[in-house]
Design a binder for this molecule. Structure first.
Ligand SMILES: Cc1cc2nc3c(=O)[nH]c(=O)nc-3n(C[C@H](O)[C@H](O)[C@H](O)COP(=O)(O)OP(=O)(O)OC[C@H]3O[C@@H](n4cnc5c(N)ncnc54)[C@H](O)[C@@H]3O)c2cc1C
Length: 403
């Protein structure tokens, strides 16, 4: 591996920085909290990106995206995290968009892609069910096909759980069982469902971070046009594998780690203990240095996976699982250190959500972003969502040892 920074990539990063300096409105900077920013900030930022031709950083050029390489996408994400831009709609842009570009009918593309581009149709992901998380293929939400006066429909009954942002989403992409008589993977279909359809009930799950991101989503005789099935009936497992396999280099969530590092450095320089900046405390300085070394290691691994991904190497898959474990464990360590560094103020910051809601409290360095303790609690979940650490270890063992 060449450790010298690629000149083209350095120039690209500078272009992104210059764009952010000029186009990121001051009032939007710092509004990147949680997984998805509040709708107003998200739509405005999406518009600014679109005006610049950068509205779809994860899509191929032929589909109206930027056509960036995995390394360019990483650089863009990192610079956005450092500048504190609002997020895009992770579910629509990053997960569903590439799926629609690859599998959808022309009608499905015409219906959904313009809204994803504009940020005007927010999505959520309806995969997990009680009893079907890691073992997703065992899902039981049922879709029965019927033909009547209103045309061909599926009638959907069942329950999803841990549905992030279902309470704010306009549509959901949903895995359902359309055939119980075949091998479990073969009987699954991928449906696009309008959240306003009668029969859908969303109930909040409040989490330890004091926020409302998660929900239970119930389907009670929900009618979904057959035309909303992506990739054809029974193709849902293939579609899902494509969706989940999209970006191995992104599993570490490097932009979040970079944001934590920036916050720690701000605290180190500005928080004073006995009249001296925190960084003068040897115990603090040593721990910060260790975490920064770990971050550097993860960052190099991310670059390596991005290169492997660019070369379509099968090793990217196993490296992605390793990165998921290392990156999410580091997220937990860094966010815990942030709270500890705040001392007593760490506890005060707890009730403040990190999703952009609520008033700022008079804590030191409040401008760094609210809800530091809330964020630390949220990151407990990072080793669960997107595939648990135990499951990632299973994937690594299987692929490395060809079990
Ligand atoms: C914050 C958050 C947001 C989420 N958002 C969404 C969302 O938007 N949409 C959605 O569909 N889902 C979402 N999820 C659900 C997430 O995908 C599941 O929680 C995850 O897949 C684990 O499934 P489970 O919770 O059912 O745990 P289980 O699969 O029941 O696992 C329980 C325990 O058993 C272990 N285990 C399970 N199988 C194995 C194995 N084969 N080998 C070793 N150990 C194993 C696990 O590691 C875990 O420790 C979210 C979860 C969280 C925490």
């Amino acid at each position: 591996m060449d450790f010298q920074p690629d000149a083209g990539l350095t120039a690209f990063r500078e272009e992104v920085r210059a764009f952010l300096r000029t186009h990121l409105p001051a009032e939007l900077a710092g509004s990147q909290h949680g997984v998805r920013s509040p709708r107003a900030a998200l739509v405005r930022w999406q518009g600014i990106l679109n005006d610049h031709g950068w509205g779809a950083p994860y899509w191929e050029k032929e589909h109206g995206g930027t056509g960036w390489t995995p390394q360019q996408r990483l650089a863009f994400d990192e610079e956005c995290a450092i500048a504190g831009t609002p997020s895009q709609d992770v579910f629509g842009q990053r997960l569903l968009g590439p799926v629609l570009n690859h599998f959808a009918t022309p009608e499905q593309k015409a219906e959904h892609l313009p809204h994803i581009f504009a940020g005007t149709r927010l999505w959520c992901q309806g995969f997990s069910e009680p009893g079907s998380g890691s073992d997703l293929a065992s899902l039981r939400t049922q879709a029965v096909r019927v033909a009547d006066d209103e045309g061909d429909h599926y009638v959907v009954n069942g329950q999803k759980i841990w549905t992030s942002y279902a309470h704010q989403a306009d549509w959901i992409f949903l895995l359902v069982r359309t055939d119980a008589s075949v091998k479990k993977q073969a009987g699954i279909s991928f449906l696009l469902v309008d959240m306003k359809t009668p029969g859908i009930t969303v109930r909040p799950i409040m989490t330890i971070d004091g926020c409302h991101h998660l929900n239970e989503t119930f389907f009670d005789n929900v009618r979904v046009p057959v035309a909303n099935c992506v990739g054809g009936e029974g193709a849902g497992w293939n579609v899902t594998k494509f969706l989940l396999n999209n970006e191995h280099a992104a599993t570490a969530d490097l932009p979040t780690l970079v944001r934590f590092q920036r916050q720690l450095r701000t605290l180190a320089a500005t928080l004073r203990v006995d009249g001296e900046p925190l960084i003068r405390r040897p115990a603090f300085a040593l721990r910060l240095a260790r975490l920064e070394a770990e971050l550097q290691a993860v960052s190099m691994m991310v670059q390596r996976v991005a290169v492997l991904e660019q070369d379509h190497s099968p090793t990217a898959h196993v490296m992605g699982s390793m990165l998921k474990i290392r990156g999410t464990e580091l997220q937990q360590k860094m966010s815990e250190f942030l709270v500890e560094a705040l001392g007593d103020y760490g506890a005060i910051a707890y009730p403040e959500s990190h999703d952009g809601e609520g008033d700022a409290l008079p804590v030191p360095c409040a401008h760094m972003g609210p809800g530091i303790a809330s964020e630390m609690f949220f990151r407990r979940a990072s080793t669960i969502y997107g595939g648990t650490s135990e499951v990632q270890r299973g994937i690594i063992a299987k692929l490395l040892f060809q079990l």
